[in-house]
Design a protein around this ligand. Structure first.
Ligand code: SME
Length: 147
């Protein structure tokens, strides 16, 4: 099965552990996706949910407006940083990270979470990654909808 079909079938299953498996699948199948996580928006802060990577991040709670994650949540749009070491807004998790993409997850028109991916490769993320991950975010939306 190709990755698109695999993601569609995984996330449409509605299984509770599907977002965790989604993180694992992305990291396994895309060589330059070195750390893949989902943050959940609650009380104006982003809380780390499922993730997959070689190491845990110390940033398990990020206020909206802080870091690249908080910026994407505040703006409600995807943020790509080609060189994290040149971006003063960046909150460092891993020394190996060179670039990052953060893609908001929306439910009922509001940000409810986001996909955060770190790459060890500089300028790893292009518009195709953005379109692909925005599509993934739509499929993740039901898991993070507000009640
Ligand atoms: N770099 C992020 C923090 C999260 S870690 O990358 C997992 C930021 O600047 O918001």
């Amino acid at each position: 099965m190709n990755l698109i079909d695999e993601i569609r079938s995984l996330l449409s299953s509605g299984a509770n552990d599907a977002p965790q498996k989604f993180c694992m699948l992305l990291r396994k199948r895309v060589p330059y996706y070195n750390w893949v996580g989902i943050y959940i928006l609650r009380d104006n802060a982003l809380h780390l949910g499922p993730w997959d990577g070689p190491a845990a991040t110390e940033h398990t709670k990020i206020d909206v407006g802080q870091g690249i994650c908080g910026l994407a949540a505040r703006e409600g749009s995807t943020v790509i940083v080609d060189d994290v070491n040149k971006d003063p807004r960046y909150l460092q998790c891993f020394l190996s990270t060179k670039s990052e993409i953060v893609v908001p997850i929306f439910a009922n028109g509001k940000v409810t979470g986001e996909i955060d991916i770190d790459s060890d490769k500089p300028a790893a993320f292009n518009q195709l990654d953005r379109l692909f991950l925005e599509w993934c975010a739509e499929l993740l939306s039901p898991f993070y909808s507000t009640r």
